[in-house]
Design a protein around this ligand. Structure first.
Ligand code: ZN
Length: 240
């Protein structure tokens, strides 16, 4: 089975469309989305609609929780808070109803899917380091746990960190658990501004990180036109 994993789209329509053009070439069996469809970017309604129509399993992230009032907006930084408040104003009732029903964690194909962390996923903690990952391994029994939230692609093996190779390929060892983050479609923060997503071939035990270029300037202009914080436009250009 060939699975596609997308996460942290953040209302970036151009990045999402470019990502789906590549996904269509791969012809996957299933598409999974790990949350944060909205927030930061200028096209929340369009992005929710695409996810609703094309994604098989979709999770909630902290930005959905922020817009729904389930997570205090005070816990967000200023730019995220301004974007969340703007998103709340423009999101249609139909799309609001869709994000209301998204779960925070799901097990599918013997893979744990969660936006933030296996331990207490609604606390929205981050897994940045091997040390952060260490405690999380005790919380799940599946061989793979897929996370988003940091916007930084990384793979942690239960017995030490393992990184994606230059071609983005990783072959997991049998009998070892992994926590993998495929980065962000709509706001990458690993100094590579291209959209980022993952492909897992469960038969071949092949895991691949894919990067896709998109029209960043178009999104930056929309962010500025909507009066969203300038920093949110600038960071797309630098991948930070
Ligand atoms: Zn995010």
């Amino acid at each position: 089975m060939r699975l596609i994993i997308i996460s942290d789209i953040h209302a970036n329509l151009e990045a999402l469309e470019a990502t789906f053009r590549r996904i269509d070439e791969i012809n996957p069996d299933k598409i999974l989305c790990l949350g944060d469809i909205i927030g930061y970017g200028p096209n929340p309604n369009e992005c929710v609609k695409i996810v609703k129509n094309k994604v098989d399993i979709s999770l909630s992230g902290n930005h959905e929780y922020g817009v729904l009032g389930r997570t205090e907006l005070q816990s967000f930084n200023k730019n995220a808070r301004i974007a969340c408040e703007w998103t709340k104003k423009v999101l249609s009732d139909e799309n609001l109803a869709y994000i209301k029903n998204l779960p925070v964690s799901v097990v599918d194909e013997d893979i744990l899917l969660v936006h933030s962390t296996p331990i207490n996923p609604e606390r929205w903690d981050y897994i940045f380091t091997a040390r952060d990952a260490l405690y999380q391994f005790m919380e799940f029994s599946e061989p793979l746990c897929l996370v988003g939230h940091t916007h930084v692609p990384v793979c942690f093996g239960e017995r030490g960190t393992c990184v994606f190779t230059d071609g983005g390929l990783l072959f997991p060892k049998e009998g070892t658990k992994y926590i993998i983050n495929f980065g962000s479609v709509g706001q990458p923060r690993d100094y590579d501004p291209r959209a980022s997503f993952g492909v897992i071939d469960t038969e071949e035990r092949k895991i691949q990180l894919v990067r896709v270029a998109y029209d960043i300037e178009k999104v930056q202009r929309k962010i500025i036109d909507h009066g969203l914080p300038l920093f949110l436009a600038e960071r797309l250009g630098t991948g930070t």
